[in-house]
Structures are given as C-alpha cells and as structure tokens.
Design a protein around this ligand. Structure first.
Ligand code: CUA
Length: 312
C-alpha cells in the first residue's frame, strides 16, 4: 500500500462535513485564482501585441497615470482578498471546534512512533481508532515526546500534537469504512511508519467493539505458554494487559492486540506469522523502533504470537 497517492486522493474525496469544508474552500479559491490568471495573461499578451513598437522610435510615448485603471487594479484585488477571507473564516467555523469546555470523547497521544487512544469510557487502544458513523466526536491530541501531527485526510484537517499543549479537533465520518491516518509532522527515524486506521462502524457495532475493548483479558488464557512467557520476560516492563499483572504503558496496551488489523503502527498486517517475525527482531522490520529485541527463540516468539492472537 503506497501512502502518498492514497493521501492525495484522500484530500479530494472527503468523507465528513469537516473535510468537505476544506476541499470546498480549495475549489472556490482555485476558481478565483484561475480567473485572475486568465485576466492577467490576457492583459499582458493583448498589450504586447496591441502596443508593440511599429516605428524606429526608441523611447515610447510616456503615460503619466490613469485614474480609472488604478482604481480597478486596487479595488478589484482588495474585494477578492476580502471575499477569500470571509470564505476562509466560514470554512474554519465548519471544520474546527471552538475551544470546548467539556471532556473530549477521545484523547489521542503521539509517541515515537505509534498512537495511544483513550476513550471517555475508559477503553485504551493503540493505532486503530473506532468511531460510530455520523457522530461528531471531540478529539484532544497531545504528545509524550516530540511534536507529531494527527491527520486523516478524508475526515479532518491536520493538527499538531504538542506535549503540554493539548489541541482539539472534530472527528466525524459520513459512511462506514476504514480510513488511513498518518503522522504529518517529521518526528524522527520512523515518522513514515507512524500510521493508524480509523474504523467507522454503525452505532451498534461500535458499541459492541467498545464494550469488548473495556473487558480484561480472559483468565482462561493464563495457562497458555505465551501468557506465561509474557509475564516472565521483559514484556511487562513496557506493556499492559488488563486482567494480568502487566500495567506499564510505555508501549502499546496489548489487552486486545489480537483485535487489531496491523502491527507496528501500520508496517505489517496482524497475522500470527508476522507477529512472530516482529517479536523475533522488531528492528529488522522497523529500524529505530524503541522496542528492544527481546532475544526470543523461534518457539518462544511463536508461543507469544499465539497468545496475542487470542487477545481479541
Ligand atoms: Cu510522529 Cu511524524
């Protein structure tokens, strides 16, 4: 999946009122600019042809000023700029929330190089945001380290994620589907592999998903070889699995890792084979990733991957 064409296409196929406001403004400004271009090009070529020198006279006759012309080329652009200003303010009011004094529906935190998402309900997920179709959600973004930028081209504008300075945007989608999101601010080695998915579900499906995400890992899984390995190895120093002793949130919460579509913020599809490969040597797949090589044998990596696949 190459991201650039998808992102470029995404901007021009908006799937929310907020993204539509932005692309509508773009088209209006494009038409205005095209009109200006045509008029200026016509005037220049017309003047070149109409007023070219026909004699051997070296210095053309001098014109001292033309009140009507000067008024036209001063007032005309002024009116255009004011018009674009008004359209921009209207577009911004459609695309952006005013500072809302209420808790956000979800908080998205940028990490080098993955995304942590907290829902108002208490659900904590990574790299895959689910939202109900048609609902306008207030999203607060911030960062734990450098400046990142949250961008889902088909759904909303870009917004900077700055540590200690939370920003807010709307997230809304007109139709169910899966939309690609990226980090849009260079944030270090693996900036390009800081992606996420926004999965838009019908309301009932979203509620089921959220209820599932709130559950702890089933106690019955504790007998799996992978579950025991997880608790014995260094995994617990960085990751949380609700319902077990693992509580750390340095890396992604893994309570429902098996329900996610991708690994490593978009670099691999989430299959047991890919998960095994990832666990064997994360740097070989995403060089620069902050997860250290856990030094597992093939069998241990496969056991862990089998356990993760059960964490739905
Ligand atoms: Cu995070 Cu670029």
């Amino acid at each position: 999946m190459t991201a650039l064409p998808i992102l470029a296409a995404g901007v021009f196929s908006p799937q929310s009122p907020q993204a539509s406001a932005i692309v509508d403004l773009f088209y209006i400004v494009l038409v205005i600019c095209a009109g200006v271009f045509v008029i200026v090009t016509y005037l220049v070529t017309h003047s070149l042809a109409r007023f070219r020198s026909r004699s051997q006279q070296l210095e053309p006759s001098q014109v001292g000023g033309h009140k009507t012309l000067e008024l036209v080329w001063t007032v005309g652009p002024l009116v255009l700029v004011i018009w674009i200003f008004v359209l921009t303010v209207r577009g911004m009011s459609r695309a952006d929330p005013v500072k809302e004094n209420r808790p956000p529906d979800l908080t998205v935190t940028g990490h080098q190089w993955w995304w942590e998402i907290h829902y108002k309900s208490g659900a904590v997920v990574a790299n895959e945001i689910h939202i109900p179709v048609g609902e306008k959600l207030l999203v607060q973004v911030d960062s734990t380290d450098v400046i990142h930028a949250f961008w889902v081209p088909q759904l909303a504008r870009k917004i900077d994620m700055i540590k200690g300075h939370p920003n807010q945007i709307w997230l809304q989608a007109d139709h169910p589907g899966t939309y690609l999101g990226v980090c849009a601010e260079y944030c270090g080695t693996e900036h390009a592999w800081m992606r996420f998915l926004v999965v838009v579900d019908p309301a009932a499906e979203f509620n089921d998903w959220e209820q599932q995400q709130l559950r702890s890992a089933p106690a019955s899984l504790a007998v799996m070889r992978g579950a025991r390995l997880f608790q014995q190895m260094t995994c617990v120093n960085c990751h949380a699995i609700k319902g077990t002793g693992a509580q750390m949130r340095v890396g992604p919460d893994l309570t429902h890792v098996g329900s996610r579509q991708q690994i490593g913020a978009g670099i691999l599809d989430n299959t047991p084979a890919n998960m095994t490969k990832w666990l064997k040597n994360p740097q070989a797949i995403k060089s620069g990733v902050l997860m250290p090589n856990p030094g597992l044998t093939d069998a241990q990596a496969a056991d862990l991957a089998a356990y993760f696949a059960m964490l739905k």
